[in-house]
Design a protein around this ligand. Structure first.
Ligand code: KIV
Ligand code: ZN
Length: 511
C-alpha cells in the first residue's frame, strides 16, 4: 500500500466549469459527466449552484438522487435562502456537502459587499451554522482569499472552523497568486490558525496567469489536502486548475511529491473528450496530457530516440492517461465485435442500442472513407451521446431530405434544399449566400421560419486524410438562450445543416 498522503480531488466542472462562456450543459449531460467523474475516481463533485436557476437546482437534485460513489456538493452564498435551497437539492445524496462562500478581501468588502470585517465574520459564522443544521460535511470559502489581508483571513478561517466547517477552501478567485506566494498563504494559515487541524485545507486556483496547476501543487506541498479543479481546466475566464494536469504531475513526479490522488488516470482522455464534446469547448492540440499532440513526436531526432528507447523523450506513457494503443485501423470489413472492442478500448461504455446506432453510422462512413481512425470512432460515439442527450420526439423533428449545391468562382452559390417535418416536405432555393455555408444557413432559415443568431460556428476534421469527416459545431442564440448543435459528415455543408437542425429541434422541444 502506498504511504503517500492522498489528496482529495474536488471537481467543479459542473459548477465553475459551467461558468466558462458558452459551456452550459443540460440535465442529461450533467448527469452523464457526473457519472464519468465517479468512474474517474473524483472524491467530491460540485454539481452546481442550486439557487442560481431552476435548471441548476434540478441538475444538482438529479445528480444527488442518482449518482453514487462520490460526495455530491452544492454551492451557496452565505445566506439562509441559498443554503436552504442547496440542501433541498442535495438532500437525497448518498454523501452530501454544502459549500458556503463569502468574499473577504478588502476590494470585495468595500466595493461589492459594503461590509466591515466584523460583519463578514458574523455572516460567515451564521452561514456555516445554518449549513451545519443540515449536514455534517461543510465547506467554507473566503472568496478572493489570496488578496485578503493575511491576519483577517486567519480570523475568518478560525471562526468558520469553530462554527463547524470541515473543509476550508482558499480560492485564488482572480488567478493572482504565484506558487511561492500561494505556499506562503497556506503556511501562514497552518501556523496561525489555532484550530486549523480540525479541517481539511482546500485550494481553488484560477488560471489567469497560467499558474493554477503550479499554485495548487505549491499549496499541497505546504499542507493543503484537497485540490479544486476541472476537466480540461475549463472555468470562469481563463479557467481553473486542470484536473488531468495536476493529478498527472503528482503521479509522474512521484519521485518528488510525497502525495497522490485516487484518480484512475486511464480514464483521463475519455473524460476529457466527453466534457469537450458536451460543452463544445475544444481542447487545444498542444494541451498537456489530453491534447492530440501531447504524445506526438515530430522532430527526426526525437523519433529516432523514441524508437531506440521511449523514455528518451516520453515522461508518461500515452496508454496511462487513456490514449488507446491501437495500430489497427478499422474499415469496411470490420464487424460489430471489432467496433465494440475498439469502443471499449477508447474508454466508452455504450448500451447495446447506442452501439448499434454507432455501428450503423460506422458502416455508412466506411462506404465513403477507406480507413477509419480512432478519432473518427470517437466522433461517431460523441455524436450518438449528443443525440441521446438532446432527444426530441421523433415525429416533430426537422430532418434534412436532400440538397443540391452549385458553386462557381466569382459567383454566389446556389442551394436547393428540401427539409421535412412530420410528413411534410418543403423545398426552397437560395442564391444570395455569401458562400455555401451561409447559403445553407439561409435555406434552413427560409424553410423553418427562424431567424438564427449564430454566436459560434466551427468546423474541424475528425481525423486524417482529405476524406476525413467534418465536425461542425454551432451555437445559436434564441431568446437569450444558447443552443448547441453538432453535425458530422464527410460533406461539410451537410454537417452544417445537421448541426443547425439539431439546435432548431432543441429550441422547439423547449417550447
Ligand atoms: O473562484 C472562486 O472564488 C469560487 C468560489 C465560489 C469558491 O469559485
Ligand atoms: Zn472559482
Amino acid at each position: 500500500m502506498s504511504d503517500k498522503r492522498m489528496i482529495r480531488i474536488f471537481d467543479t466542472t459542473l459548477r465553475d466549469g459551467e461558468q466558462s462562456p458558452g459551456a452550459s450543459m443540460n440535465l442529461n449531460e450533467k448527469v452523464e459527466i457526473a457519472q464519468a467523474l465517479v468512474a474517474l475516481g473524483v472524491d467530491i463533485i460540485e454539481a452546481g449552484f442550486p439557487i442560481a436557476s431552476p435548471g441548476d437546482f434540478e441538475s444538482v437534485s438529479e445528480i444527488a438522487k442518482t449518482v453514487r460513489g462520490s460526495v455530491i456538493c452544492g454551492l451557496a452564498r452565505c445566506n439562509e435562502k441559498d443554503i436552504d435551497r442547496a440542501w433541498e437539492a442535495l438532500k437525497h445524496a448518498e454523501q452530501a456537502r454544502i459549500h458556503v462562500f463569502l468574499a473577504t478581501s478588502a476590494i470585495h468588502r468595500e466595493f461589492k459587499l459594503k461590509m466591515t470585517q466584523e460583519e463578514i465574520i458574523e455572516r460567515a459564522v451564521k452561514g456555516v451554522q445554518r449549513a451545519v443544521g443540515y449536514c455534517d460535511d461543510i465547506e467554507f470559502s473566503p472568496e478572493d482569499a489570496v488578496r485578503t489581508e493575511k491576519n483577517f483571513l486567519c480570523r475568518v478561517v478560525e471562526a468558520a472552523i469553530d462554527a463547524g466547517a470541515t473543509t476550508v477552501n482558499i480560492p485564488d478567485t482572480v488567478g493572482y497568486a504565484t506558487p511561492k506566494h500561494m505556499g506562503e498563504v497556506i503556511a501562514h494559515l497552518k501556523n496561525n490558525v489555532p484550530n486549523i487541524d480540525k479541517a481539511v485545507i482546500s485550494i481553488h486556483c484560477h488560471n489567469d496567469l497560467g499558474m493554477a496547476v503550479a499554485n495548487s501543487l505549491a499549496a499541497v506541498e505546504e499542507g493543503a489536502g484537497q485540490i479544486e479543479c476541472t476537466i480540461n481546466g475549463i472555468g470562469e475566464r481563463a479557467g481553473n486548475c486542470s484536473l488531468e494536469e495536476v493529478t498527472m504531475a503528482m503521479r509522474t513526479r512521484g519521485d518528488y511529491y510525497d502525495f497522490d490522488s485516487n484518480i484512475q488516470s486511464q480514464k483521463l482522455v475519455p473524460t476529457s473528450r466527453l466534457v469537450s464534446s458536451i460543452t463544445g469547448l475544444q481542447v487545444q492540440r498542444n494541451k498537456a496530457i489530453v491534447g492530440r499532440n501531447a504524445f506526438a513526436h515530430e522532430a527526426g531526432i526525437h523519433q529516432d530516440g523514441m524508437l531506440k528507447e521511449r523514455s528518451t523523450y516520453e515522461i508518461m506513457r500515452p496508454e496511462d492517461v487513456g490514449f488507446a494503443k491501437t495500430d489497427l485501423v478499422l474499415g469496411k470489413h470490420s464487424g460489430r465485435a471489432a467496433l465494440a472492442d475498439r469502443v471499449k478500448t477508447l474508454g466508452y461504455s455504450l448500451t447495446g442500442e447506442q452501439l448499434q446506432h454507432v455501428f450503423d453510422r460506422f458502416k455508412h462512413l466506411a462506404d465513403k472513407k477507406k480507413e477509419i481512425y480512432d478519432d473518427d470512432i470517437v466522433a461517431l460515439i460523441q455524436q450518438q451521446l449528443h443525440t441521446d442527450n438532446h432527444q426530441v420526439e421523433e415525429e416533430n423533428q426537422w430532418e434534412l431530405v436532400s440538397f443540391k449545391l452549385q458553386t462557381e468562382t466569382g459567383k454566389t452559390p446556389k442551394v436547393e434544399m428540401t427539409l421535412k417535418k412530420g410528413n411534410e416536405e418543403t423545398t426552397t432555393e437560395v442564391t444570395d449566400g455569401d458562400g455555401p455555408i451561409d447559403a445553407g444557413f439561409l435555406a434552413v432559415e427560409k424553410v423553418t421560419g427562424y431567424n438564427l443568431k449564430c454566436r459560434d460556428f466551427s468546423v474541424r476534421s475528425t481525423s486524417l486524410g482529405h476524406d476525413a469527416m467534418g465536425e461542425v459545431n454551432v451555437e445559436i442564440d434564441h431568446s437569450g438562450h444558447l443552443y448547441r448543435g453538432r453535425g458530422l459528415s464527410t460533406d461539410t455543408l451537410k454537417a452544417t445543416v445537421l448541426a443547425i437542425l439539431s439546435t432548431i429541434n432543441q429550441i422547439e422541444s423547449d417550447q
